[in-house]
Design a binder for this molecule. Structure first.
Ligand code: 13P
Ligand code: SF4
Length: 302
């Protein structure tokens, strides 16, 4: 912490000078999550917060699609991402042309798009979803078949919980796809009684052997509600570190795969972003309008 103190102090001052707030995803490192963030949360919470943010500048401590979503929802603000290269293997797995191909192959079937996508792909979609509301969104449409892109594992995990037929796309999160049922067996053998909580971007075989599956916010809710003595959060590395700070009585087993994109965001990077007002995220009006329609439609489903 001592090495970070100067950056933390500088960032807090810069936030006041720039009338800025920092929205941080749950996978950001603890010094960002606990040290400088104004709002922390899962993708859904960050989108909801972006809609109502009053500050002139929003710094998105997360990946590019999250910053784009914030800009789409609140175009009057300056939205900054500290490292413009912070991408996502899901977002890069599909293009708007791929969505057009899917529609041509499945005429009339609505397209539900995970928020982990570019603005162009959102604009080509009917409605968005996050891992926190995917089941609700699928069932809200009242149709027998949907196309759900781009995360094939998330789509199959949702398909297991609904009678709606789901047409999938073969994108995957490079972090969660690496977890295996053998990892879970090893955790259970080494930590008797452990509650295993998996993210639905994990393969269905992993979710099948977990005690609970949910978005990063739902993982935190599970820990807060069930208060297991021991818990393993099957997700990105920083998650357990961030959550553990609030539950000193719970022992966190820390299986961990690092997201290289999330880890591009650092305290010095955030400080530089606020000093120089870079890297500004913009979305062309025509694309932003279509993307906003799909995201707004998602936010209206409660
Ligand atoms: P949630 O925080 O919405 O669960 O998303 C997880 C993730 O991988 C975001 O990149
Ligand atoms: Fe994308 Fe996975 Fe990283 Fe989230 S954790 S940003 S889904 S690669």
């Amino acid at each position: 912490w001592a090495v970070h103190a100067e950056d933390v102090a500088a960032i807090r001052q810069l936030k006041r000078d720039r009338d800025a707030i920092i929205l941080a995803h749950n996978y950001q490192t603890p010094e960002i999550y606990h040290g400088v963030a104004d709002i922390v949360g899962d993708s859904l919470a960050l989108a909801r917060e972006a809609v109502t943010a009053k500050a002139s500048v929003i710094v998105l401590a997360g990946v590019h699609f999250m910053a784009e979503t914030a800009k789409i929802l609140n175009p009057g603000r300056t939205v900054l991402i500290p490292d413009a290269r912070a991408g996502c293997s899901l977002a890069s797995s599909i293009t708007a042309a791929d969505v057009a191909d899917l529609r041509a192959r499945h005429p009339g079937v609505p397209v539900i798009t995970y928020v982990n996508t570019s603005a162009e792909v959102k604009a080509a979609s009917d409605i968005c979803c996050t891992s926190g509301n995917a089941l609700k969104i699928v069932e809200s449409l009242g149709v027998p078949r949907v196309i759900m892109i781009p995360d094939g594992y998330l789509a199959r995990n949702i398909a297991a919980r609904t009678s709606v037929e789901i047409i999938t796309w073969e994108g995957a999160c490079e972090v969660h796809e690496r977890f295996t049922p053998a990892d879970i067996a090893e955790i259970r053998a080494g930590h008797p009684g452990v509650a295993v909580v998996a993210h639905p971007e994990c393969p269905p075989e992993v979710v099948a052997v977990a005690d609970f599956a949910g978005s990063t916010a739902e993982m935190i809710d599970f820990v807060a509600r069930d208060r297991p003595k021991r818990v393993a959060l099957i997700t990105e590395c920083s998650m357990s570190d961030n959550v553990a700070a609030g539950f000193p009585e719970i022992s966190f087993v820390k299986p961990c795969n690092l997201c290289p994109h999330m880890k591009r965001i650092t305290l010095p990077g955030i400080r530089h972003a606020l000093e120089t007002l870079t890297h500004e995220v913009t979305v062309p009006d025509a694309i932003a309008a279509g993307a906003r329609r799909a995201v707004d439609r998602m936010l209206a489903v409660r």
